[in-house]
Design a binder for this molecule. Structure first.
Ligand code: ATP
Length: 301
């Protein structure tokens, strides 16, 4: 079994690119085996006027895990990546799943598992999950090696309103206090710079107690794009596999810039229809591997 194997627990949509539909292709291009658990199986993402399909419950989730366990697949996962779940029972069970994989790998002398947790709950001031989901994520993040909230999710979980670099640092500190070593707050707008989005990478060393922080900016494309966080998290798993985390963040940011630019150029500008703003994930595979620019990720003093 390879060390490029990921259990990806996210949504599935028939049409468009969010969740596992957005994450699987980039990861596979990078040579990863992606074992997907589809937490929901829906016609399209929830921004559209109509949404049809099925949502998994805890029994369905544990049934799939029973199958994976019985065939002895669980110890093969070098990575667990979680995205949209929106079910507090399943979110709570993920911690046990990660612990089980960790223990099995330890017994077999394999490298420790790395758990990337994207606590998908909402964006731009709109929570699309129940309060019990928030509570479940507050506990789950303690088990994650890396969390990748957007500014809104970071604010909800930490109760620190992320509105500038200082507040982003404070919010990241909350995650460190819970036990998460690495936090990426993927984007927030700066009052004095409306043409860019800023991000924060915060790395806490539990042994020394020290925290290294980095920041940078990307060009802001007017309008809302869905699936950006999902492609980002998948790309981060892939780049962090063989790069230091700050460089991996810069590359994943670069991938998103190329992808949004490609989407805009093919008619998906800020004011276009939702459907034309579906990320063009398959349009230029080489750019997913080699972004045209690697965004600078600068250490903070
Ligand atoms: P989540 O999966 O946590 O709900 P999200 O998609 O809301 O994530 P964002 O922070 O909005 O998360 O987007 C992830 C990344 O995509 C950002 O770090 C940024 O690089 C890029 N991005 C998203 N929207 C834009 C935009 N309008 N202009 C430029 N870059 C963007």
């Amino acid at each position: 079994s390879s060390d490029k194997s990921v259990l990806s627990i996210q949504s599935h949509v028939t049409h468009g690119y969010v969740g596992n539909k957005a994450a699987t292709f980039p990861l596979q291009l990078h040579g990863f085996d992606v074992d997907a658990i589809n937490t929901v199986s829906l016609s399209n993402h929830s921004g559209y006027p109509v949404i049809k399909g099925h949502r998994m419950d805890l029994t369905e989730f544990t049934t799939l895990l029973d199958g994976l366990r019985a065939n002895d697949f669980l110890s093969d996962y070098a990575y667990v990546l979680t995205g949209y779940i929106n079910n507090a029972d399943i979110i709570r069970h993920v911690a046990a799943t990660v612990a089980e994989v960790r223990e099995k790998r330890q017994q077999q002398g394999k490298k420790d598992i790395v758990f990337f947790c994207d606590p998908v709950m909402g964006d731009d001031g709109r929570l699309y999950c129940k309060e019990e989901v928030v509570a479940a994520y507050r506990e789950l993040v303690a088990h994650a090696n890396i969390v990748t909230p957007n500014y809104f999710e970071a604010s909800i979980l930490s109760t620190v309103e992320v509105k500038d670099l200082m507040s982003a640092i404070e919010a990241a500190n909350w995650f460190h206090e819970q036990g998460t070593p690495t936090v990426v707050i993927k984007s927030f707008t700066m009052p004095d710079d409306p043409t860019h989005l800023r991000f924060l990478l915060s790395c806490h060393d539990k042994v020394t107690g020290s925290t290294k922080r980095y920041t940078g900016v990307v060009q802001y494309y007017e309008g809302r794009y869905t699936g950006t966080g999902d492609v980002f998290a998948a790309s981060l798993v892939a780049f962090a596999h063989n790069h230091p985390i700050d460089l991996a963040v810069g590359k994943a940011m670069g991938v998103l810039q190329d992808l949004i630019k490609a989407t805009v150029e093919r008619g998906g500008s800020g004011k276009a229809t939702l459907n034309s703003r579906e990320l063009r994930v398959t349009s230029d595979p080489d750019r997913l591997l080699h972004p045209s620019t690697v965004i600078s990720v600068t250490p903070l003093p």
